[in-house]
Design a protein around this ligand. Structure first.
Ligand code: VGL
Ligand code: ZN
Length: 283
């Protein structure tokens, strides 16, 4: 009887362990362009650096992977106000695309419009291979970290670290997270109301348990913060401060049985479950 109890305990333990959450830290666009002195400096943007580096060192054991995104634009990117005559920084325009996701320009009247995308126009920023586009030298990038670049398709913007704004193409982000068995993500960086917001929305949509770390991000427009956080909360994203990460990721490190049944069973856990049942009835 005792033996039976011990065996069952270890089997159940293994079974639950195979459902442990695995956490990635996503650091969005902490690049010179968005920092003090950069081409699209975000107010108080530099303050996120210490917060993010603290998260890394404090939760080192709980963070299985860190991914940095990098806004990486062509010099003549469609999001730059300089590319639209008569327009100025922060104007909002409508961009039109055909069914293949190609930009319809006003000098091609034959282009059949399939998608309309609202585009905020920005100062020229984060141009490929410039110092401005470099990830801040004050970020601690370590061996094993991954860098995902976005925004290098010249005719469509890309706020999210997963997809461009039209959903026409994807980065390697989802593959990298999947390959590493990641189930939950902590999203930090710049800017709160654009790339951090879009990255968080897509992470949640793709099924990751998503944590938007409020004190590790800053907005371009302070007036957007309320709407952004309300929208994320309504979509099931957790909006928390970095000081509370420990409570959340430890608490959710072991998923409950309901999650197990809903989740598609991995081979490892099905095997453990089978062994549990087998051992239970055979000894
Ligand atoms: C971003 C505006 C333009 C961001 C990138 O990283 O939030 N914002 N490009
Ligand atoms: Zn950009």
């Amino acid at each position: 009887m005792f033996l039976k109890a011990v065996v069952v305990f270890f089997c159940v333990f293994g079974f639950v362990r195979s459902y442990e959450a695995k956490t990635a830290l996503i650091v969005v666009d902490v690049q010179n362009c968005f920092l003090y002195g950069g081409t699209l400096a975000v107010g108080h943007g530099n303050e996120v650096i210490a917060v993010i580096n603290n998260i890394r060192s404090h939760y080192d054991k709980l963070i299985a992977l860190t991914v940095f995104t990098q806004d990486w634009h062509c010099w003549n990117h469609v999001s730059f106000a300089s590319q639209h005559s008569g327009k100025k920084d922060y104007d909002v325009i409508n961009l039109t695309y055909n069914d293949k996701g190609e930009l319809c320009t006003s000098n091609d009247p034959r282009c059949v419009v399939k998608y309309n995308i609202s585009q905020t126009l920005w100062p020229d920023h984060c141009v490929i291979n410039t110092t401005d586009a470099k990830i801040s030298a004050n970020m601690s990038i370590q061996q094993g970290d991954v860098i995902v670049q976005k925004g290098y398709h010249c005719q469509v913007d890309s706020y999210s670290g997963f997809y461009d704004n039209g959903g026409f193409s994807h980065t390697e982000m989802n593959d990298v997270l999947k390959k590493n068995g990641i189930t939950q993500v902590l999203v930090t960086g710049l800017a709160l109301d654009f790339c951090v917001y879009y990255t968080s929305k897509d992470a949640k949509k793709l099924g990751y348990d998503t944590f938007f770390i409020l004190d590790a991000t800053r907005p371009v427009f302070e007036s957007n913060v309320k709407n952004v956080t309300a929208d994320l909360l309504s979509k099931g994203v957790h909006v928390i401060n970095s000081t509370d990460i420990g409570d959340y990721i430890r608490a959710s490190a072991t998923r409950d049985i309901g999650d197990y049944i809903r989740a598609s069973a991995t081979r490892a856990s099905s095997f453990t479950a089978l062994v549990t049942v087998f051992v239970y009835f055979c000894i």
